[in-house]
Design a protein around this ligand. Sequence first.
Ligand SMILES: [Zn+2]
Length: 480
Amino acid sequence: MKKRIILIFAGGIIIGVIMTITVSCLSWRSPALVVREPETPEEARIEYTPPPKPRFSVEFLSKYMPILKTLILPRIEKVTDDIYVALGYALGNVTMIITGEGVVIIDTTESKEAAEEVLKKFRKITDKPIRYIIYTHFHPDHILGTEVFYSEGVEVIATSEFVKWAQSPDRGMGSKYFRRVIATLGGEAEKGYGFSLPVESPYRGQFEDAEVVMPTITFQGKHSFTLGGKRFELFQTSGETEDHLAVWIPDERALHIGDLYYMSFPCLTGLMLEARPVIGWINSLTRFIGMRPDHLLLGHTKTLKGAGLIKEHLTNYREAIRFVYDETMRYIAAGRPVHQATAEIRLPDHLSDLPYLEGLYCRVDWAVRGLYHDYTGWYDGRGTDLISIPPEYRARELVGLSGGADKILARAIELQKNDEHQLCAGLCDVVIAANPGDRLAHIIKAHSMEHLAFGSNNLICIGTYRSAYSIHTKAAAEIE
Ligand SMILES: [Zn+2]
């Protein structure tokens, strides 16, 4: 009896506490995130004379042109009596393997015109029918020329993931977003507003009317076939993408590894895209090294020849990727912020000195940033941006405190004259965030973007700075 009374008493206390909490919760009000909307500053009115048009430096041209030439000079590379690679017709290569009963094509470039030029050259080597087309992965520079090589009865092979990626309405190749990414990286974010470049981009893709020939055979893991006595062993190899595959032709000791190796530090995270399967990339390279190929066929740049050389390149590539991954994880574990990781993580000298690990296409700092964000998410732990308010509010406060847009842009112009273009662009961004209608801020920033493009030794930088130039030039034109 006594026990029962104690239980009822304890139960009463618990119910009381819960009710008190509930009632006090009901009276809670979320504090207002924005109490007052800061005023938009006035448009800048200071005088501005744009800097002279920039030029590529002589050192840059002497270093960059030979590499660019390998990308844009069309030629057919004979790898063995039965294997030929078309390079320089477009951004992506086409590989042809001849067998007793027909031809196998691996990847088809991003352009029908380029594919037609390649097919004409291939037809001078053999008139055997095309029987198979293999896609290494879904990126446009590997699949948009297929119509030219395809005819009824030809088998088109890709992994099952290819279908998902090629057709995803949100992130797939045909999606609006993916097209915008390609346009931005290629320097065409706002067509007709870019500046001219001394050399045309090797990318020849036309997305608007692009038709993807979908695979007739898909697989997961492994798939093999024999044609004219030659065996083709396909296996899934994540890295550049999840749907990626490699092709092993044992009779020739030739291995096609698509985009899992090229002449640059690899894109471990694509700009404006998600981080790539980096551990998968490392594992794929380990597998390739173990196969000891004599010929390493690639999606871009020329074939690597010789088992020793191939092993050396792939081992260094793998070591560089592993190093960047491990270091980034170390910085995350130590609680060091992303900008510190980005500034401090560098490849060791024996790797950074290798021409095929230079940042011609992608860069170590981009890989670090991509991995960092992929593993830590969007929140930085500092409270300010836990719940977002319009970014222009902070900018308007700063512009007001500094004495107005004129003051900030006068400093931006000084920085621009001093070739401090990134800082100049950052100040213009503050003014633009506070008042997107500030025409002068757009114009000053556009000129710094042009200078950054010409001062860069990275293909993606040249494209993306050119795109930023086009965005701000268009914005300025529309304000008039
Ligand atoms: Zn590619």
